[in-house]
Design a binder for this molecule. Structure first.
Ligand SMILES: Cc1ncc(COP(=O)(O)O)c(C=O)c1O
Length: 444
């Protein structure tokens, strides 16, 4: 069994277990990631600012390759995508899962091979499908019955496109109700239970220009247990067996999606990659043997587990306010650069960086600057009692579903993203300026 190179958890006095492996604590309350002091990044690029540790991204890709040597690993671009990220993912030998013409065009324009890209989407626009066919994506994952005829027509009678079908295996898993996608009562995929998946597959098999290469399912996100994936393997292989019996087809691929859970705060559980790989492989081999089918090539689509722990968000404290029993520490970013707490109630473990405080800890709520009471970044966290405006706060595990979900709320402008590596920081995405915002506003 290959060793998985996920950075070992560190448990020092100041718990850095959820920080990038490169994180060090130089003297005087400092914290450095990728060899670059976070204070230096804040001074140079301003705040709020996002920091992405290139080595951590690459290490995590390597950990997946080691754990799943025979599988095709697609990085889920929705977690975070920019040109450099596409480049790193390509160099690390992973493919990409995209869900819009925008993600697809950016990746291909960066030189990412289109045949290693899979297009998802529960409602693909004509532009999405046109870009997919023009650029030659590897597979299109069909998510609704109407897409079959649309795609077949767009491909044309003499064309050819590989497709998969997203099926709903009827499994409830995931860290929050809003990120569970394996059950029949949500918008993604075609349920097995009521026969919609089987019906759609029969129609696809009738389209000579569409080549069905396999089945896909994505159970949800922030899944920390292996069991739901094993149940999914059984149900997917069961469907593959019925398809073989009814249509005589043997599907060569099985895509189990992503959703691998990570710890956002020290002590939280994370999905164990080595165990996942070992048990999924064994379950698949066993299920296929029982079904009398050859073992399909496994595809997985991790997003969060690759990008999330590689990112750090830096904020400057703008105000500290006492209200009743509560202490609110307000920072210069919030739900416009990280909507996750407001969407799913996620909580983080921010740290004071840049100065060493001898003050005793106080229980505080770290809030954003936006005009929503739900704009809370971290509740019930301990920060030094003397935290004050001008202090710098660093939030770990900020690399996935932050900037990719950032909005224009309150017209504050989206923060920049810097990459750190070997003691150097470089700007990958610049700050959205007021001029950028004004330039889009073309009417009166
Ligand atoms: C189809 C599909 N694959 C993969 C992912 C990635 O999930 P995660 O970032 O939790 O690994 C998602 C997330 O929404 C998804 O919808």
């Amino acid at each position: 069994m290959a060793t998985v190179r996920v950075p070992a958890p560190r448990s020092t006095a100041a718990d850095l277990s959820v920080w990038p492996a490169s994180t060090t604590e130089p003297a005087h309350g400092g914290l450095a990631v990728g060899g670059v002091p976070l204070t230096e990044i804040a001074d140079r690029f301003g705040t709020p600012v996002y920091v992405l540790d290139e080595a951590e991204v690459r290490e995590r890709c390597g950990a997946y390759r080691d754990a799943f040597p025979d599988a095709e690993i697609l990085f889920a671009a929705k977690a975070f995508l920019c040109r450099a990220m596409a480049h790193w993912i390509d160099q690390e030998g992973l493919g990409l899962d995209v869900c819009s013409a925008g993600e697809l065009e950016l990746a291909v324009a960066t030189g990412f091979p289109a045949e290693r890209i899979v297009l998802h989407g529960n409602a693909k626009s004509p532009r999405d499908l046109e870009a997919a066919l023009r650029l030659g994506v590897g597979r299109v994952v069909i998510d609704s019955p109407s897409e079959i005829a649309r795609l077949a027509a767009a491909v044309g009678p003499n064309g050819h496109q590989k497709v998969m079908v997203r099926v709903v295996p009827g499994i409830s898993a995931g860290g929050h109700e809003k990120i569970r996608t394996g059950t029949d009562d949500q918008k993604f995929g075609l349920p097995i239970a009521d026969g919609y998946a089987q019906h759609a597959i029969a129609r696809i098999l009738d389209q000579p220009q569409l080549e069905l290469t396999g089945l896909h399912c994505h159970l949800g996100s922030q899944i920390t247990a292996v069991k739901p994936y094993l149940v999914a393997v059984r149900r997917m292989v069961g469907l593959m067996m019925r398809l073989h019996d009814q249509h005589g087809v043997v599907l060569p691929e099985l895509d189990l999606g992503g959703g691998h859970g990570i710890a956002y705060r020290p002590g939280e559980p994370a999905l164990d990659l080595t165990t996942l790989a070992r048990r999924v492989r064994a379950e698949l081999a066993d299920a296929c043997a029982t079904a009398g089918l050859p073992v399909p090539r496994l595809i997985i689509e991790p997003g969060r587990a690759i990008a999330g722990p590689a990112g750090v968000a830096l904020y400057r404290v703008l105000a500290v306010k006492h209200a009743g029993d509560q202490v609110f520490v307000a920072v210069d970013g919030g739900m416009s650069d990280n909507p996750r707490p407001a969407l799913y109630g996620v909580r983080y473990a921010p740290r004071l960086v840049g100065r060493r405080s001898t003050a005793s800890p106080a229980r505080v709520t770290v809030v954003g600057r936006h005009c929503e009471a739900g704009d809370v970044l971290a509740s019930d966290v301990d920060l030094p009692r003397d935290v004050h405006p001008g202090d710098l706060l660093a939030v770990p595990v900020a690399g996935a579903y932050h900037l990719s979900m950032a909005s224009g709320y309150n017209l504050v402008g989206r923060p920049p993203l810097t990459a750190v590596r070997d003691g150097r920081a470089r700007l990958l995405i610049r700050r959205e300026s007021l001029e950028d915002i004004r330039n889009r506003d073309v009417g009166l």
